[in-house]
Design a protein around this ligand. Structure first.
Ligand SMILES: [Zn+2]
Length: 296
């Protein structure tokens, strides 16, 4: 089944719900970064939460970036998603395999609890909007819920989960956001409390083959589906884009790269792709830069 995010509302618009299946995109992320199980789960959860947030963007160029750093062994976990459904990101240490006593992957331990979750919304305006919250558990879902509470004043239930197979591949991944809208009445608050008490891990539901719509209806029988968004792992970097970036360096730096004869190796942190430019190619870039800068 293809990845997707379904957006719904319930109780006459007092509750807004997003359900996401992100299995394929998290598997792509795992492959790109050669992640071990705990790193894959940590990155997958942050990618899923960020993809859900971005599904509300109006414009394909708008972007949301989440950065979690709790000073645990995972280092920085970054996810970025745009209004077109493209999702990319990375984790500082992709090699973690940490397991809790109960057998679950120790995502909270990997991320750590001594730091912050920062969410930046770039809506194409002059100043991107940024919100910060302390990391509570490092388990990601709780941390995003806390972020929504303090930074956006939106009471939220956030579930994000990744099931990893014994061979390290991703079995199932997904997310569920349940949020109280401004003006929600006592009945809606009570309903969300009831739902919170019976909530199953979203990765389990995805693994059982439930569609996003079915997951939403499990908790809100009256839910009205508002739309479905495609979502995928896609970085968007390319050799051409990095050539443009090289061209922006000053002549002195480019000349040094040409003279040392080693060329340049550029690494895209988002998707872990390496691009190599030979000294000759850098010389061509420098020459075209000079030609452009020459007065007409
Ligand atoms: Zn890339």
């Amino acid at each position: 089944m293809k990845d997707e995010i379904v957006i719904a509302q319930a109780m006459n618009g007092q509750v807004r719900i997003h359900a996401a299946r992100t299995t394929a995109l998290v598997e792509e992320a795992r492959k790109a970064h050669h992640c071990m199980a705990t790193s894959a789960a940590a990155l997958g959860r942050v990618l899923s939460a960020t993809a859900i947030m971005a599904s509300d963007l109006k414009n394909p160029q708008e972007k949301i970036t989440s950065v979690m750093n709790g000073h645990g062994p995972a280092g920085t976990v970054l996810a970025q998603a745009d209004g077109a459904g493209n999702v990319r990101g990375f984790i500082g240490d992709p090699s973690l395999y940490l397991v809790r006593e109960d057998g679950h992957l120790a995502v909270g331990q990997a991320i750590g609890t001594n730091g912050t979750l920062t969410v930046t919304k770039d809506l194409g305006l002059k100043e991107p909007f940024s919100g910060v919250a302390q990391i509570r558990s490092g388990e990601v879902g709780d941390d995003f819920a806390y972020y929504f509470a303090i930074s956006e004043q939106t009471p939220s239930i956030v579930g994000v989960g990744v099931l990893v197979n014994p061979d390290g591949t991703i079995q199932a991944s997904g997310g569920l956001f349940i949020q109280l809208m401004p003006g929600a009445k006592e009945e809606a608050i009570e309903k969300c409390e009831q739902v919170s008490a019976i909530l199953k891990p979203v990765s389990t539901l995805i693994n059982e083959g439930h569609s996003c719509e079915e997951i939403i209806r499990m908790y809100f029988e009256d839910a009205e589906m508002l739309g479905t968004r495609d979502v995928r792992w896609h970085c968007g970097c390319s050799r051409e884009r990095f050539a443009v970036a090289l061209k922006l360096l000053d002549e002195k730096e480019l000349t040094e790269m040409i003279e040392d004869g080693k060329g340049a190796e550029i690494h895209c942190h988002y998707c872990n792709t390496y691009y190599n430019f030979t000294s000759r190619e850098i010389r061509e870039i420098l020459e075209s830069k000079r030609a452009e800068n020459r007065p007409a």
